[in-house]
Design a protein around this ligand. Structure first.
Ligand code: TTP
Ligand code: MG
Length: 224
């Protein structure tokens, strides 16, 4: 089992932020670099697990499907964390950390995930952390306001997300803030680089450039 933990890994960056904060767009910016392995979120897998659209089921009945959905998210995140790449840098959209610390946490607080179900997810999460190499070198936090991401989510109009409320995004925002900005909730698995992701696509480029050198040079002294 220790061999799972010991395997070498690339410099690993996880990109975090609320729904609609621009994680996918941020990742796309790094597609141009040959030495970066870009892993956008496996949402296509969540939409088709042996023909089942788990994301759609989740929002149709969150109490019934939260455990199923979060179990599968955790598996697909583990697959990305451990995915081998010849590239020296790996950039991931989200991580098993935000799945647990933000979404599972929110679902627990809302009472849509039972304590028993959360305990099982936690057992898996802890075992994975202790026995496999899911270590991270840098967290990029795309910081937004709930109002901005709500507007983006509405404009994007993802079919499954039609029922997602402003209040849900606000609660998720608060959890991201406590975890990555105030650092009062859970631990951060790596230093955190905070970017202002409220800006629109025309000006956000400048923010991307701030992180570009840090990521490409693999420097982690970002003051966390
Ligand atoms: P996000 O992971 O926030 O991805 P996104 O593509 O919406 O973000 P961005 O616009 O910044 O690229 O959310 C994807 C959907 O999956 C969203 O409806 C929330 C849901 N989700 C969960 O319910 N639980 C989870 O653990 C994760 C990771 C996502
Ligand atoms: Mg995305």
């Amino acid at each position: 089992m220790s061999s799972l933990k010991d395997s070498s890994r690339p410099f690993t960056v996880i990109v975090e932020g609320n729904i609609g904060s621009g994680k996918t767009t941020f990742l796309q910016h790094f597609d141009q670099f040959d030495n970066v392995c870009v892993l956008a979120e496996p949402i296509h897998l969540w939409r088709n697990c042996d023909g089942h659209n788990l994301l759609s089921l989740l929002y149709q009945d969150i109490k019934k499907w939260s455990f199923t959905f979060q179990s599968y998210v955790q598996l697909t995140m583990l697959q990305y964390h451990t995915k081998k790449t010849p590239h020296p840098i790996k950039l991931m959209e989200r991580s098993m950390f935000s799945a647990r610390y933000c979404f599972v946490e929110q679902m627990k607080r809302d009472g849509v995930l039972s304590d028993a179900s959360a305990a099982v997810i936690d057992r898996h999460f802890t075992w994975i952390k202790d026995n496999t190499n899911v270590d991270v070198d840098l967290i990029v936090y795309l910081r937004t306001t709930p109002q901005v991401v709500f507007e983006r989510m509405m404009a994007r109009n993802r079919e499954e997300e039609k029922s997602v409320s402003f209040d849900y995004l606000k609660s998720l925002h608060d959890i991201h803030e406590d975890w990555l900005f105030h650092k009062t909730l859970f631990s951060t698995p790596a230093p955190v680089l905070i970017l202002d992701a409220n800006q629109d696509k025309a000006t956000i480029h400048q923010e991307y450039l701030k992180s570009e050198q840090i990521i490409l040079n693999r420097t982690v002294a970002v003051g966390s």
